[in-house]
Design a protein around this ligand. Sequence first.
Ligand code: ADP
Length: 215
Amino acid sequence: MPKVRTKLVTWEEVHDWAFRLARLIEDSGWRPDAVVAVARGGYVPARLVCDVLDIHDLLSVQVLHWGRAAEITAKAHVKYPVPVKLEGKKVLIIDDICDTGDSLIVARKHLEEAAAPAEIRTGVMQWISSVAKIKPDYYVEEVKDWVWYQYPWCRVEDTTNFLEKIVAETGRHEWRFDELVETFKEWYGIDVGERVFRAAIEKLAARGVLKVGDL
Ligand code: ADP
C-alpha cells in the first residue's frame, strides 16, 4: 500500500475534465464575461474552459496556501491581486481542485472587494467533498476519499517534494538511482517516468539534499 494516496493525472484526463466543466457551465444557461484563474493550479483548466466557451477575458489571482506537495504550510492569502475593476461583469473563478476550499474562499473574497463584479461563480475539476469548507458552483468530480492529484503541469515540482520527504523521513541521503525510484513508487504508488525522476533528483542533488551515485 502506498504511504500517500496519489493519483497520476494525464493530459488527456485534464482535457476531458475541462471540456466537461465547460459543458456544465454552458448547460446551466449562465455565461461568464470573464474568467479568473487561481494561480497556479487553475491556469491550465481556466485556459481550456475559455477555449471551449470562447471566452477571451482571462485574468488571474495568485493565492498561496500549500507548500510542499500534500502538506499545508500556511494560511491562504493573496500574493498577486486582480488589479482591475470588473463592475457589471459576471465572473467565473476556476481552480484545479477544491480541497480545503481556503484558496477559493480567499480568491472569491478578494475579487468581491477589489474588482466588485456583478456576480461570481466558482468552478473546479475536483471537489473533495469530505474536507472542503465550500461547494463550488461547478465541479466535474466529487471526491470522497482524500487523494493527492498529481497534475501533469507540476510533475517535477511534486516529485521533488515527494523525494525530499523520503529523504527526510528515512534520514538517508545517499541512494542508487533505481533504489530511490523504487522507493518512490512504493511510497506514492505512481510512476512519473525517468525524465521527471532525473530532473527532480538533479534539483535535490544541486541543493545538497541527497546524493545519487549513479545518476
Ligand atoms: P481551493 O483552491 O479550491 O480552495 P485548497 O486551498 O485546498 O483548494 O488548495 C490550493 C491548491 O493546492 C489547489 O488549487 C491545488 O493546486 C493544490 N492542491 C490542494 N489539494 C490538492 C490535492 N488533493 N491534489 C492536488 N493538488 C492539491
